[in-house]
Write a protein that binds this ligand. Structure first.
Ligand code: SF4
Length: 407
């Protein structure tokens, strides 16, 4: 359109046309930049593999209200979320599966309680959805019938700290998990780091690698108010330094990239700052006929506000309670303070849904594509048997995301 034509149009129409043309130009330029980045065979391969996993339509589900442990700092029991009981009636569970399939859900992060205590129902979920099951590792999820499932085993420190925080000072949960999942390709051990357990990261990671498993990192949130070095508001500098060292020591077995560690430990992603107004995993799309809202009217209102603020989110996402009907604010409990939240899943989804923001430079795109690829690896959508061949190259690509002041 010539300038002359635009000038003859009413002002607002002319402005709208100019805006549309500018958006189209930006999109064209973005596509050109992406095509240039994809000329690199490794970036193209990671992109291709992540895209072949298809789109994720996720929910989180507390499969049961029961657990063998009472870990210190676990939001589930500290907020009495176990007051919501899993139904005994199998038909209620099967109806839930049918309902979620009909809604288009194709990916479930299975939480709890402890999901391995409900193996029959877990198997049905695995047959109907792609699942990542988060487990304390005390009870083994058998291979038969659960082939290809993503299993995330939690570890909260070296043997001593883990026993202290999770095993009531008695049970060596970490040692039992290692025994149960030796050389199991379905498993990634998620080591939850804080500055308090930073000194134990190396020995624990060495042991996990020796056990034939992959390692990822998540970030401890001090909901039990232990304070001191456990307090996440003081940052994770010591822990991050150890994560970088572990990436260098075991590049073929560490799944978390320097970029994801930075985003999850900090509060920034490019020009955005983390908070509830950014969170992509708040529950959305309540159906008043089906869902019971668990929690305060205030959080329901704030979630709705969040979902209309223009920041990307998963429209299907719900955090479903053990009764299979109640929906709560987000994957963690309502009392958790969003400004202190470092939930690794929420941060991953934040990065993934902000692809367009990660196209300005080649390094931004690398940071995005490696996050998408490692996320898919975590869900089991990418074959973990080939992970060790690719991961060292992924870490080389993301080395520059490290916080130089910590090195
Ligand atoms: S606590 Fe974390 S995951 Fe939950 S709504 Fe707040 S920012 Fe999101």
């Amino acid at each position: 359109m010539s300038d002359q034509t635009a000038h003859s149009l009413p002002f607002d129409v002319s402005q709208t046309l100019k805006r549309s043309e500018s958006i189209r130009r930006e999109r064209r330029e973005m596509r050109t930049r992406i095509n240039e980045y994809l000329e690199d065979p490794l970036i193209a391969r990671l992109h291709e593999e992540a895209m072949s996993a298809g789109s994720f339509v996720p929910i989180t589900l507390d499969l049961t209200h029961v657990c063998q442990l009472r870990c210190e700092g676990c939001y589930f029991f500290s907020e009495q979320l176990d007051n919501s009981k899993a139904p005994k009636d199998e038909t209620v569970f099967l109806e839930f599966v049918r309902r979620e399939r009909a809604r288009g859900t194709n990916f479930i992060t299975v939480l709890g309680g402890e999901p391995s205590l409900q193996l029959e129902r877990l198997k049905i979920l695995h047959e109907n959805f792609r699942c990542t099951t988060v487990t304390n590792g005390l009870r083994r999820i058998p291979r038969e019938g659960f082939e290809g499932m993503g299993i995330a085993v939690s570890v909260w420190g070296d043997h001593e700290i883990d026993r202290d925080l999770r095993g009531a000072g008695k049970i060596d949960v970490f040692a039992r998990a290692l025994r149960n999942y030796k050389d199991d390709p379905r498993v990634i051990f998620y080591f939850t780091v804080s500055n308090a357990n930073a000194d134990g990261i190396e020995s624990a990671v060495d042991e996990i690698v020796e056990n034939g498993n992959l390692v990822a990192f998540s970030f401890y949130e001090d909901w039990a108010n232990r304070g001191g070095e456990f307090d996440q508001t003081k940052g994770y500098a010591r822990a991050l330094r150890e994560i970088y060292r572990m990436i260098d020591k075991h590049p073929a077995q560490i799944v978390t990239t320097a970029y994801m560690a930075e985003v999850a430990a900090g509060r920034k992603m490019l020009d955005l700052t983390w908070g509830h107004d950014m969170c992509p995993v708040v529950s959305s799309g309540y159906n008043p006929e089906l869902d019971e809202w668990h929690g305060s009217a205030e959080w329901r209102r704030r979630n709705k506000e969040r979902l209309s603020n223009g920041q990307p989110y998963h429209p299907n996402h719900r955090a479903i309670m053990p009764d299979l009907e109640s929906v709560r604010r987000c994957a963690v409990g309502e009392e958790s303070d969003c400004s202190k939240c470092h939930n690794a899943y929420a941060r991953y989804v934040w990065v993934m849904l902000n692809r367009n923001k990660h196209t300005r430079t080649r390094q931004d795109f690398i940071n995005w594509v490696t996050s998408a690829w490692t996320f898919c690896l975590g869900t089991g959508a990418i074959d973990r048997n080939r992970a060790s061949e690719v991961l060292p190259r992924v870490h080389e690509l993301t080395r520059s995301a490290r916080d130089e002041s910590l090195i």
